[in-house]
Design a protein around this ligand. Structure first.
Ligand code: ACM
Length: 772
């Protein structure tokens, strides 16, 4: 920590005082990340069309930052303050970007004073000036309105908690436009995030132009998506999914990021996650013909680089071009999930293990990574890798990115190495943000905004000295299930904002209530920044169930449980004055429940409309059913249709099985199921043989229904017929005979193969009309 202990003590005391006397003057401070220290003042500063920004004569950096602030205010509020060199004339309420010492000596530190008479940002370094300007921008953008703004008077003394406040973008599984990446960089900068870790290479695609090896992109940058998504339905011809970034585009992005205080750390995976480069240049791999068709799969693949001098010639050439393009002090070499089977099976590699005197394949991976490190260090850069680089011995100067929990960071720090916290349990953005079926596809496990906010970046397992090795933290977006740029953004925001606060704000100043109270302002800022962001966890979700007297019980709850829910039944848009939702409503079929969440006076999220019917009350989609156990539990998108919206199924691919809790079988029920099929494009090695298959009795298989557990009595087997053939959704129906009483229903499919896997989309249970 570069902050002097005296100023840490001062900050601690000041924040205690601040917490004890919340702001009473003017609007509350909505800055996110919350500043290290802030004291509210009297009144407001009026930002108008006439406001000007002053910088010292000849201070080129300050002039550039002033121009950036002016551009940001133009985009947000339609005001473009003029940038002027010199001091403001007496009596002019202006914005001043000034050089001066701050109480922290970190380059990103700044002080900000906002008063009715003027705004002053003071910083020693350009980074501090920029973050001061970002804070001014945030104070001017607390809603989505255009035109003049009132900035609350405040005195701020601010510096980051951590040096590494990052976001990892996977452009290999799905490819994003340069404009999207710039929008993400803008949103990162607006929240004082400073590292974009760019995952440019994986089994599914190589996304970076390398001049010396053109086939990396001409061959390695395209694949055919699995299933129906990879075939033209008219011609049956394969559809290629492709894309890569040219070196000119990369230079442009690196400069764009740098102007916003962001370092782009490139990642070139080795020795595994390497199918795409090996399809292009098989001579550097362990098999002569790596399967191009597998590039449409997800999972952990067996294809490794050959640990040979030729391979290092190639990798060093690649790293040289990478280091020419990216000035980042850190170069990421991956190192994760390199399944060692190919090295185990090769007599040549086994002989090499003997000759090198390393213990085993882990030792060989360590030797491999150390060779890469030597090359990177020789150019004055530092190597970082995923926590598997600890296995077999850490390279001498390596930094560890801890993704399998924080244990990798603990191990690295206890060996005196630096580490970045990126645990998949909390900081992976491919997990859903709430249980709603309206969330974008992703992993079923929920990591809510609050879970991310509550992440503890100071693990108790570390001593104070070891904690000094924690460079910071980062959110990670692996994009297997983020087919569009909009989905990537929706999965990333607002959770990345919670990471920003976790990375910047002193632990003593972090507070979920304060953070969540700022979400209406944050929502407006994300809108202004033009990045998609998830509002579903704020919004009322309805659970409809049949109730007495032909009515329907409508229970409302939001994923995050913030604020209060207001609703109407008369078709009008709910307002702050509408009925307060307290307990489940009994609603007559035909009405629509319209509901919205309010936090204080602000609406949070969209109005949600729930048309009420007995059919809806008797229907559950796959996300409202229970999955059978933990395996590969996904909210998985259908592979059809090629264009237009696709269904999203909740499924455990290791045991495709769903439970309807509490079906009343005191009389017979008709079960109607909408079903789909998904390609099993998952590389899971030997685990594939563990997936249970139930033998079909009819050619296309059946939907089987059991009661009281999935090993319980089978009460129906509904033949699927043509409905099983796909692509797309189809409906089947059958009768569940009377059993007496209430039972849980276990729903499974029979099938000879997992390719494709049959999945449930939704199920309806209605009383069977019996002859009397
Ligand atoms: C990783 O998730 N394989 C780093």
């Amino acid at each position: 920590m570069a902050v002097l202990s005296a100023s840490v003590a001062a900050l601690t005391l000041a924040s205690a005082a601040f917490a004890a006397s919340p702001a009473t003057n003017g609007p509350d401070l909505t800055l996110t990340p919350a500043p290290a220290q802030a004291t509210m003042g009297q009144g407001t500063f009026a930002l108008t069309a006439r406001t000007r920004i002053f910088v010292a004569k000849g201070d080129v950096e300050a002039r550039v930052v002033a121009g950036q602030l002016s551009d940001m205010l133009l985009k947000a509020r339609g005001l473009k303050p003029a940038v002027v060199e010199g001091a403001p004339p007496a009596g002019e309420a202006a914005i001043v970007l000034a050089r001066g010492a701050t109480s922290s000596d970190k380059a990103e530190a700044y002080a900000l004073s906002v008063a009715p008479t003027g705004v002053t940002v003071t910083a020693a370094k350009r980074a501090g000036l920029f973050y001061g300007a970002v804070s001014v921008w945030q104070l001017a953008v607390q809603d989505a309105a255009k035109g003049p703004a009132q900035l609350p008077a405040v005195a701020i003394d601010d510096a980051p908690r951590f040096a590494w406040r990052g976001f990892m973008l996977d452009s290999a599984r799905h490819f994003q436009s340069v404009d999207t990446i710039k929008a993400i960089l803008d949103a990162m900068a607006a929240h004082k995030l400073n590292v974009l870790h760019w995952h440019l290479v994986d089994d599914q695609g190589w996304r970076l132009e390398i001049r010396k090896y053109p086939k990396l992109t001409s061959e390695g940058a395209w694949r055919v998506p699995a299933g129906a998504a990879g075939r033209d339905p008219k011609t049956g011809k394969p559809i290629r999914y492709q894309g890569f970034y040219t070196q000119d585009q990369v230079r442009d992005l690196v400069a764009y990021a740098a102007a916003r205080g962001i370092t782009i750390v490139p990642e070139i995976e080795m020795p595994g996650h390497a199918l795409a480069p090996l399809v292009a240049y098989p001579q550097f791999g362990m098999t002569k013909t790596p399967p191009r068709e597998s590039m449409g799969d997800w999972g952990v693949f067996p294809y490794l680089y050959k640990p040979s001098d030729e391979t290092f010639g190639f990798l060093n050439d690649v790293l040289d071009e990478v280091m020419d393009l990216f000035p980042s002090p850190y170069i990421h070499v991956g190192g994760d999930e390199a399944v060692k089977d190919q090295w185990k099976a090769s007599p040549e590699v086994q002989a090499q293990i003997q000759a090198l005197g390393v213990k085993d394949e882990h030792g060989l991976q360590s030797w491999f990574i150390q060779r890469a490190e030597k090359h990177i260090n020789a150019r004055g850069r530092r190597m970082i890798g995923w926590d598997e680089i600890l296995e077999g011995g850490l390279a001498p100067n390596a930094t560890v990115m801890s993704w399998r929990g924080v244990e990798g960071a603990v191990a690295a720090a206890s060996q005196g190495h630096d580490a970045v916290l990126a645990p998949d349990s909390t900081l992976y953005m491919d997990r859903r943000q709430s249980a709603s079926a309206d969330e974008p596809p992703g992993r079923i496990k929920i990591v809510s905004l609050k879970d991310v906010y509550d992440f503890d970046a100071a693990p108790a397992a570390l001593t104070e000295a070891q904690r000094a090795h924690i460079l910071g933290l980062q959110a990670t977006a692996f994009t297997e299930h983020m087919r569009t740029d909009e989905r990537l953004e929706t999965m990333t925001f607002p959770r990345l904002i919670a990471v920003a606060e976790n990375g910047w704000t002193p632990e003593a100043r972090r507070d979920w209530k304060s953070f969540s109270d700022r979400l209406p302002a944050e929502t407006a800022r994300l809108d202004v920044l033009g990045v998609a962001h998830d509002t579903v966890p704020y919004e009322p979700q309805a659970t409809l169930r049949p109730a007495d007297g032909g009515r329907v019980s409508v229970a409302l709850a939001s994923g995050l449980g913030l604020g209060e829910i207001r609703y109407t039944l008369d078709g009008k848009a709910p307002t702050k004055a509408s009925g307060l939702y307290e307990t489940a409503l009994a609603v007559a079929p035909g009405k629509t429940v319209r509901a919205r969440t309010f936090l204080g006076d602000d609406a949070l999220g969209r109005i949600r409309d729930y048309p009420v019917s007995l059919l809806a009350a008797n229907t559950r989609n796959s996300h409202q059913l229970e999955l059978c156990g933990d395996g590969i539990n996904l909210s998985l998108e259908d592979d059809a249709p090629l264009n237009g919206p696709r269904a999203v199924f909740a499924v455990n691919l290791m045991n495709a099985c769903w439970v309807w809790k509490g079906a009343d079988l005191s009389s017979p029920l008709t079960l109607t199921a909408r079903i789909g099929q998904v390609p099993f494009n998952f590389q899971i090695g030997a685990d594939k043989a563990k997936i249970p298959l139930r033998a079909p009795a009819t050619p296309e298989g059946e939907l089987e229904v059991r009661i009281d557990g999935c090993g319980g009595q089978r009460i129906a087997a509904i033949p699927l017929g043509a409905a099983a053939r796909g692509p797309g959704l189809a409906t089947v129906a059958g009768v569940l005979p009377k059993q007496g009483g209430v039972h849980d229903l276990c729903l499974t499919f029979t099938a000879r193969t997992v390719e494709p896997t049959l999945v449930l989309d939704q199920v309806t249970l209605t009383p069977t009309k019996t002859k009397t």
